[in-house]
Design a protein around this ligand. Structure first.
Ligand SMILES: NC(=O)c1ccc[n+]([C@@H]2O[C@H](COP(=O)([O-])OP(=O)(O)OC[C@H]3O[C@@H](n4cnc5c(N)ncnc54)[C@H](OP(=O)(O)O)[C@@H]3O)[C@@H](O)[C@H]2O)c1
Length: 243
């Protein structure tokens, strides 16, 4: 497994949730980390919490905005790995009530944004490096009703990575697909009802509970470090796909 000491890793979405967990784990393994997100305040708080002894930099950028994405990679300079965990709560209305503006905004932020990250990352990404994007359980167990858009978008990442892994080789491209993870996104989606949702799901899935970001981070680290992994989707969901 490759050593991450001294490697520069850009984590888009690193100011919160799964991305914050990846940034913390990468720092523990000696990497230099650039975290990116839209909110300056969230980045500042995350930089302080990560306490990376000069090895953490925050850059404000919206991955749905190409000028921002271009500037992000210019400011970050040459780097070794890109990890994209950024995302926002998906549309969840029944299909007959779909708000098309919200759907476009979601697809822009997640899928078009991933294409823009790849487009601009290749210019300064080390050829021995990799890209990791984030999919999710909704492609395997879509919420009913209202799960069609998030399921389609999450599902598309597996094929995005397979094609990019061929096109960009020797740069490696992989996907992590988590089950439910206790992150700030859930506070936004269900608020105080989060505990009840998690308890209920915990009784159903083989792992018996919902994951923490720290438990998901090792899947990203494995893909960063194993130089024989490319074009692959790793599921880390406590068996949630089985029920
Ligand atoms: N949590 C789960 O149960 C779960 C399960 C499966 C898959 N996922 C997927 O994993 C991804 C991360 O989820 P999470 O739970 O870690 O969410 P989170 O805690 O809300 O974190 C999302 C991060 O992405 C950033 N972000 C959002 N939109 C962005 C944009 N357009 N450009 C740049 N940064 C952006 C946020 O910062 P700003 O708001 O400041 O931009 C934040 O740092 C999402 O795509 C989600 O669908 C999550």
């Amino acid at each position: 497994m490759a050593n991450l000491a001294g490697k520069k890793i850009i984590v888009v979405g690193g100011s919160s949730g799964i991305g914050f967990g990846v940034a913390a784990a990468a720092l523990e393994n000696g990497a230099e980390v650039v975290i990116a997100g839209r909110s300056t305040d969230k980045l500042k708080v995350a930089e302080k919490r990560l306490d990376g002894a000069g090895r953490v930099t925050g850059i404000v950028a919206d991955m749905a905005n190409e000028a921002d994405v271009s500037r992000l990679f210019k400011e970050a300079g040459a780097f070794d790995h890109l990890v994209a965990t950024a995302g926002t709560p998906p549309p969840n209305d029944p299909v007959g009530e779909t708000d098309m503006d919200f759907v476009r905004q979601f697809v822009d932020g997640k899928l078009i944004g991933a294409v823009m990250l790849a487009k601009h990352a290749v210019r300064t990404l080390d050829k021995g490096g990799s890209m990791i994007f984030t999919s999710g359980i909704n492609k395997d167990r879509p919420p009913v009703p209202g799960g069609s858009v998030v399921s389609a978008v999450a599902g598309s990442f597996t094929y995005f990575a397979r094609a990019l892994a061929l096109e960009l080789a020797p740069v490696r491209v992989n996907i992590v697909s988590p089950g439910w993870v206790d992150t700030e996104m859930w506070d936004e989606i269900v608020g105080a009802a989060k505990t009840g949702y998690f308890e209920q799901m915990g009784t159903r899935i083989p792992a018996g509970r919902i994951a923490t970001p720290a438990e998901i981070a090792p899947a990203y680290l494995y893909l960063l470090q194993n130089e024989f992994m490319t074009g692959e989707t790793i599921h880390i969901d406590g068996g949630q796909r089985l029920v």
